[in-house]
Write a protein that binds this ligand. Structure first.
Ligand code: C2E
Ligand code: MG
Ligand code: MG
Ligand code: MG
Length: 278
């Protein structure tokens, strides 16, 4: 925003802000109705094992199909849903939908793999969160070992009750992963103490690898950190063969990214599972 001001002057800057504000108000007004009308859907992005190239699971990613705005990406409405508190309800829908779909696929004889669901910090801190997860599993009949929850680093530097929640989720058999690793401020102490099984390296570390020596060595250090902590390490945003080879050759367990597959709609994910040999 500061850049827009210096390049284009305060006049442009005002319009830019106004436009942003209008868009925000518009989305804020529409979200509750979108919930009621069922305008959300989940897409799924495969995760693959770097040494066997087989599917290890898939991440549920929300999409909003607004009749006027078209397909709205999550970064444009999740932060608003967090501010208004609607994320609690929306997050519950995501969890139910992801568990229901995974269970449906398993019942149809497709490979049994974990589905991962993104959980925002606001949602995680809700007093009923653990209960809500338990109830989603019961309602859908999905075995907890096929559910993974992705939390972000911002959650980690918070009080002890977070630890208790993570512990009780893990005790149920749910896998916990830390998303966008490297963009927040998690201390190694918390990484060591909390029951987190998967470390997902943010795609900003992958983007310039291997061309940037600095980024490549940072990436290497993060992989080693994760392995030292006994975690499964996954790299996000892998787009090229060079990136993939670098990660595989340097001990990264899994990848996610356009190199293997973009997020798929339900039908395409189903087709992929159908063709999976595992
Ligand atoms: P995330 O959890 O880190 O998800 C990965 C994002 O990177 C997804 O964007 C995915 O489409 C994108 N991506 C995957 N592979 C590549 C690649 O090779 N290159 C590039 N450039 N991008 C790639 P998406 O679907 O737009 O989601 C953005 C963020 O919105 C997610 O980041 C997550 O933080 C949030 N989000 C998505 N769905 C949900 C949800 O159901 N609940 C909550 N609380 N947040 C969600
Ligand atoms: Mg994620
Ligand atoms: Mg991520
Ligand atoms: Mg990310």
């Amino acid at each position: 925003e500061a850049k827009a001001e210096s390049l284009n002057g305060p006049h442009y800057f005002d319009y830019y802000l106004m436009d942003k504000l209008h868009k925000r108000i518009n989305i804020e007004k529409k979200l509750p109705r979108a919930m009621a009308e069922g305008e959300f859907e989940l897409h799924y992005q495969p995760k693959i094992d770097t040494s066997t190239l087989t599917l290890t699971g898939f991440e549920a990613l929300i999409r909003w199909n607004d009749p006027e705005l078209g397909l709205v990406p999550p970064n444009n409405f999740i932060p608003i849903a967090e501010d208004t508190g609607l994320i609690v309800q929306l997050g519950e829908w995501v969890l139910l939908e992801a568990c229901r779909t995974n269970k449906k696929w398993q019942d149809a004889g497709l490979p049994k793999l974990p589905v991962s669901v993104n959980v925002s910090a606001v949602q995680f801190k809700h007093p009923q969160f653990v209960h809500m997860v338990q109830s989603a599993l019961e309602q859908t009949g999905l075995d907890p070992q096929y559910l993974e929850l992705e939390v972000t680093e911002s959650l980690l530097n918070t009080p002890l009750f977070i630890m208790e929640k993570l512990d009780s989720l893990q005790e149920k058999g749910i896998t916990l992963s830390i998303d966008d690793f490297g963009t927040g401020y998690s201390s190694i102490y918390y990484l060591k103490e909390l029951p987190l099984q998967v470390l997902k390296i943010d795609r900003t570390f992958v983007r310039e690898t291997p061309s940037s020596i600095r980024d490549s060595s940072l990436l290497l250090s993060i992989i080693q950190l994760g392995k030292s902590l006994g975690m499964t390490v996954l790299a996000e945003g892998v787009e090229t063969e060079e990136q993939f080879n670098f990660l595989r050759d340097n001990g990264c367990d899994q990848i996610q990214g356009y190199y293997y597959s973009r997020p798929l709609n339900q039908m395409s994910m189903e087709k992929l599972l159908n063709s999976d040999p595992s």
